[in-house]
Write a protein that binds this ligand. Sequence first.
Ligand code: SAH
Length: 207
Amino acid sequence: MKQSKSSLAVRLSALLPFSRPNEKTEQYSTDSEVAADILWKAFLLGDIRGRTVADLGAGTGILGIGAILLGAKKVYFVENDMLALPVLAANTKNLCSAHVVCSDVMDFSLHAETVVQNPPFGTRQKGADVKFLLTAMRLATCVYSLHKTSTIGFIQEKIRRVNPDFSCTHIWDYSFALKMTLAHHRRRVHRIDVSCLRFQNKKRLIK
Ligand code: SAH
């Protein structure tokens, strides 16, 4: 089926959500409109169609499933939460390019051309955001990664020091609606400023 950005958002909004989001691993689902917007941009930049993609910390699979709907050749969904895995399996059931991998992201080592990820923001698991980013850069040439806007200066500086082969080519800002799924949230909908960073390996450009 031919997708438009809005039909993609509608398809993604129909996926099964987390049954019991885990506070410690910062299980926040990406909003379907935000996911569709990021994937659409990645598609237009040539990073999705025909590519092998890895969705690290896949959760319910929204980012990787969107990549499949936009023509990715193969998508690895890497997730280590035993409660999220059945939801992920159900959401990817009829997609033959989907490969669900039950693993800690840090132990995953298959090559991909593009990574799309919404990692833990590092609020409750200190340093998890940077660890995910460095893993993504070990696996792929091009990385799309969501972070709290307040942390992106720090993240860019860290990457400049630790992995100077990668440069940040784009930053897109979003306001994320976190529905009150986690016990410590008081307001019903809590908004946070989030940015999607696109990093590209300067030495290994994809053809
Ligand atoms: N990608 C999904 C989920 C984001 S929440 C979305 O965009 O909606 C972050 C996810 O990363 C959670 O599902 C959590 O279980 C997973 N996660 C956190 N640490 C992980 C690790 N070390 N290895 C694998 N998955 C991890």
